[in-house]
Design a protein around this ligand. Sequence first.
Ligand code: NAY
Length: 292
Amino acid sequence: LKDMKGVIPALLTPFDKDENLHEEGLRALIRRMLADGVHGLYITGSTGEGFLMDLEERKRAVEITVDEVAGKVPVMVHVGAISTKLSVDLTRHAYEAGADAISSVPPFYYRFGEAEIIEYYRALAEATPLPMIVYNIPLAGLMGYDTILKLAKIENVKGIKYTASSHYEITKLKADLGEDFMIYSGSDEMAISGLLAGADGLIGSTYNVLADTFLSLYDFYVKGDIAKANDVMKEAVEVILKMLSYGNLNALLKTLNRMRGVDAGYARSPFRNFTKEEEVKIAADLRELKKT
Ligand code: NAY
């Protein structure tokens, strides 16, 4: 896991127009990410529409990814579900399929208490030898700092994907838990802030389209050229804000990939895909943005 640093797209899962898993599209997207030079892949998370897929589909997506990646970069599999039993099943499968790490949001919707959340992570962490990266994200209900410290005591809990914007907690986690506890910053528009706070890597949705931008940001950061890294960040923020303005990021990232010849397919309902007319407008908007 120590090698899993840098820019890690939260990979989209391509579906065809009839909402079936689109295997060739997934392979094409992975090939594009590898050609861009990303440092790892994070699959079947929120960007990957994992919660909209059944278990067999999620497993299939893992198998296809591990096969296509063929060991070139590490693969982290999001195995979160509301039932411990289902998540443990996905965890065992990820291990057998050859994934390098697992990750999970806490069980959500029912407002589970801290003890239940800790037991959930313990069950997943104990199910296989794979490192577990806890996923702290507002969508699932943010965990308090003390809960994170307790989770870090579980053997195999080796890091956190930190999608909250209180980045001082990244700094503090590194101080409290040591350099080896891996931290991935999950807010793309705050990537430079996450890295400066001490994050080891960036896991995010927009890297499905902006991998080259964030790879250059990360390169500047590693070389210590923070001013240049920040220049890249400023440009990226403009683009990300524009992307967010369309209101349906998964569908947008798939559309943008299709526009550049990577068949990332469509989003699964209830996510809405864009109409042809909307796509024409999006293409024009983004061309305009590139010029400025
Ligand atoms: C995942 O599990 O797919 C992610 O990594 C999601 C990370 C994203 N955060 C949320 C709240 O969805 O990439 C970010 C986010 O889309 C981006 O910063 C734009 O706001």
